[in-house]
Design a protein around this ligand. Structure first.
Ligand SMILES: [Zn+2]
Length: 345
């Protein structure tokens, strides 16, 4: 029998004999996702944070006020350079209003003007993430519906109780109510570390929120608010680096996209003589309407097999094998990206 077997994030101990494939919870089968977000485009973010992230080979999400980008001498060139390093530029409105208090016309301008500015000047950066100024809107149905109708895949609120379990988004709208851990001058590195350790245990998503990053003694003074010293930020990145086998440090948009895709993708696997065929498809039509195919991020999948495979292709293109053991082969594939074929020779 070559019956297709459906599998999605299945508990292996219970379904040991039926499972042929599994969609991993996070990229490269890491245990948890951590996102660093930097709000408002405070003066230290470009000169200090961007090169530091590059030095640590990490990426983050910046939620600039586009009006603040335009106030600096370097202007949009800094935004372009930030995105070029793999960081995400999200949307935090034009001038930081409470979006629940705006007329429809002003809401449209405050949210959509930054989208067209960013996408025009930084064309490879799709604006799909939103951060509510003051956190206002995360509990407002009208704001959430507005963001969804404009193609945002998720939105970040402010400091609040976070659910670090993998099942943090029980409803679609929960993706538009993501809480974060706020960093400021009094945050100790031990607190940062404890949050990271908690999310590793929980298996979910941890989002940090930073504002000013300051290095007044050595290089650049960012006096705005909630100052985190550059040396502290570096310690925090070092801690993440130490846990890089367990933690996927990524952008807000990538983490949300991965989680949303994995939650509605189906993996079907069929083994024949000498090869395996697999299909990774998104069956949720609302999600298909929200996210264009070009924005889909790859999902890490495991196929349980005791045979050795020499190549994996998707849609005729070779894709790298991340890991191969006596019991499974692991690689990344794009949902709805065409048929996956594993070959032995
Ligand atoms: Zn802000």
């Amino acid at each position: 029998m070559n019956a297709f077997v459906y599998a999605q994030s299945i508990n292996m101990s219970e379904e040991k004999f039926q499972v042929r494939g599994e969609i991993c919870h996070w990229d490269y089968n890491k245990k948890a996702a951590v996102v660093l977000t930097f709000d408002d485009w405070t003066p230290g973010q470009y000169p200090l944070v961007v090169p530091t992230l590059k030095q640590f080979k990490m990426v983050a999400t910046f939620f600039p006020l586009t009006s603040n980008i335009e106030k600096t001498d370097i202007g949009w060139k800094a935004a372009q350079a930030t995105a070029k390093n793999g960081n995400e530029l999200g949307n935090h409105t034009l001038t930081h209003p409470d979006i629940t208090k705006l007329t429809d016309e002003t809401l449209e301008k405050e949210v959509m003007e930054p989208v067209s500015q960013i996408e025009k000047i930084v064309p490879n950066n799709a604006v799909i993430s939103f951060a509510y100024p003051y956190g206002a809107g995360a509990d407002d149905q009208h704001s959430i519906e507005f963001l969804r109708s404009k193609g945002f895949v998720g939105a970040r609120s402010v400091w609040g109780m976070s659910d670090y379990s993998y099942n943090f988004a029980k409803e679609d709208e929960d993706y538009y109510k993501i809480h974060c851990y706020g960093m400021n001058e009094s945050t100790k590195n031990s607190q940062f570390n404890a949050e990271v350790e908690s999310v590793i245990k929980g298996g979910g998503l941890l989002t940090f929120l930073y504002h000013s990053v300051d290095d007044d003694l050595n290089s650049y003074h960012d006096s705005w608010y909630a100052q985190v010293k550059l040396d502290s930020l570096k310690e925090q990145l070092r801690f993440l680096k130490k846990h890089q086998d367990e933690v996927w440090v990524t952008t807000f948009g990538n983490a949300i996209l991965y989680h949303r895709e994995a939650n509605c993708a189906k993996l079907r696997v069929q083994e024949r003589d000498g090869f395996i065929e697999a299909k990774l498809t998104i069956t949720n039509l609302e999600f298909r309407d929200l996210v264009p195919q070009t924005l889909m991020v790859p999902l890490t999948i495991k196929i349980y097999t005791d045979k050795k495979w020499s190549s994996v292709e998707q849609n005729g293109m070779s894709i790298p094998i991340d890991k191969q053991t006596d019991t499974y082969v692991q690689f990344r594939a794009i949902p709805n990206g065409g048929e996956i074929v594993l070959k032995q020779n």
